[in-house]
Write a protein that binds this ligand. Sequence first.
Ligand code: BGC
Length: 744
Amino acid sequence: MKSQARKFRLSGAAPLALMLCVSAIGAPLAAKGASSTDAAARAAATEARMTDDERITLTLGLLPSARGDQPPPEGARPGAGFIPGIPRLGIPALYETDASLGVTWIMGARGNGGTQLPSGTAQGATWNVGLIEQGGRMIGSEARAKGYNVMLAGGINLMRDPRNGRTFEYLGEDPLHSGLLGAAAVRGIQSNHVISTIKHYAINPQETGRAFMNTVIDPKALHESDLLAFEIAIEKGDPGSIMCAYNATNGGQSCGNKWLLTDVLRGQWGYRGFVMSDWGAVDGLEYALAGLDQQSGFPIDPEPFFGEPLKAAAQSDPAYRKRLSEMTRAILHAIYANGLDAHPATIGTVDSAANSQVALKVAQEGMVLLTNPAGLLPLGPDVRSVVVIGGHADVGTPVGGGSSRVLGDEGPSVSVPGVQDGNGPFAGMINQDYNRSAPLAAIRAAAPNATVKYRDGAYPAEAALAASQAEVAIIFATQYQTEGFDVPDLSLPNGQDALIAAVARANPNTIVVLETGGPVAMPWKDEVKAVLEAWYPGARGGEAIADVLFGKVNPSGRLPVTFPATLEQLPRPELPGLAEVEPNFVGTGALGQKLDVDYNVEGADIGYRWFAREGKAPLFPMGHGLSYTSFAAEGFSVSSGKDGLSARVTIRNTGTRAGAEVAQIYLADASGKKLRRLAGFTKLDLAPGEAREVTIPLEQRVLADWTPKGWEVARGTYRFVLAKDALADGQVAEVNLPARRLAR
Ligand code: BGC
């Protein structure tokens, strides 16, 4: 039985809120850590001087909280994990915090908050590698200033199922897009002498049954999809650590899976950092032999396998002796390569005002204008009356639940308890929380001459009446997502679909602002004048929404995921395990429960690739997003040179407003095989009338077949399309390539 159930039962005695608070004095930042070769040499030299007790200290992560009547480990800081340091050898303690959206709230245990980046889906929707790196730099600097030197960030699992409860944490559905953006976030975080993970290695497609489900998939398909995202993120981001997932893959638990951890990660990719387990994902000592380097968050697992038992094994069994040495070196490698020893994680100050500007920029660039057929948006300064309806828009914007939740210093404005019963000490982690960035106030500020009213939307008739009396109705519709649960379908909960329909009937100028973790269905789409996908827009989300509605910001987000029209269009219309697995964060599933899920249905063809293959029309494909200006492309060509493949194109802003276009290049025909695969992209800011020529590198692995010998490109003609979205037609360019194996 895997460990999600265990996780929350065992730690029940130890609410995170009881974690220790430690303060220290800030240290200045200096240059980054050592090169990989230096780090490896130093790691080997240090490891050779260590005792076995010191080695196992590094391989066993602890919860930094009190446990029953046991105090927290000495020196721990409130967070997700703690690994004591070894002062004799100058090895720093590791202070771990979640995660990709900022330094997490952990139910207020630290006594302060963090700057909340928009959700992963919003970040993915920016398609802006530089901005995501800036976001990583910002949250990494906050982690450091709050006394952490490891961020459990870099969530890059691909959206195989739009109902996945952690869709909001991840970047999208395409391996190149998620790999490049995930790498950028990691680079930004690690520029602060803070190790970042990427996670959850390697295929972790849903929350239902996550602790024990087995993902069944052909290795070739896995290499061409989920694994490719990790391969790219590791190459371009150089994360100090990889976090393996809860679930099993092809029969072996991810954290004890030799094929994933040793053969692929180390053998094929040459990864030199360390693999840490997810919290409560380890079942036995033998995971060390499979390639796991650090067991996390003890005592969430039932035993400290990588503590005394590992020492005893190393002293009697050469295989464990060898592994203990490798494990220790891998952890030291990440410490030295990122300069954690030279730049201790001491508590400093945070420039919240400057940091929230970064969050604002990501929110602005992540908004996706889905429909605007009559050009109602942007709203002008002459609008006289507006009614804002629903979504707690009077107080804030929604925040996803679970370990990744970030809130500001004051905590949530609204907190609706419990998704299910069985709450226990971690109940607060899954409350439906809202931050304090209120869209209503921002709309009032953007429309000072208008009467702006608010209705909570509880009663459709009341909302419709208010809508009938206003010039414009703006409905905020929310879908809550949290770690631990999937959403059962794509509807908007609590009757919001009916609310939107009622308001749209009452007011011809109805605008829907979606604040969802991922895709939802829109049965009312053609009845409303505009739909803006704002996701969970972060610390200054309310402002960012008003900026787009009133045209201060020209929307430039493009969907990072495909919105299906119906569940029937998906590879698995029914969510696996939904009927059998009790949805309960406090204990997902009974002992011995099994759930095998066959992902060979779609194989490597996730999201838009599946829709292209099946010839199905989704509601909105990946890449879709409108602007208040228009763009044209000229002179699209693709060429092959000594540095690989690249595309050239000139993009022109043909409208009257400044705006940004995402040039998206998809492989459409690979040596006679019709398909769709994102091969390259870039985002360009353009003034009205401005044109710019860009060169865009194209990823050759998306053209290739993965084979056990490596990536093989077949001889033939490759056709690319420069398209507005993943399924659209567009300008075409071709290149002829000889057969070749790509260098590793
Ligand atoms: C999550 C991880 C997280 C860890 C530590 C787990 O439940 O799956 O993503 O980093 O907890 O909080």
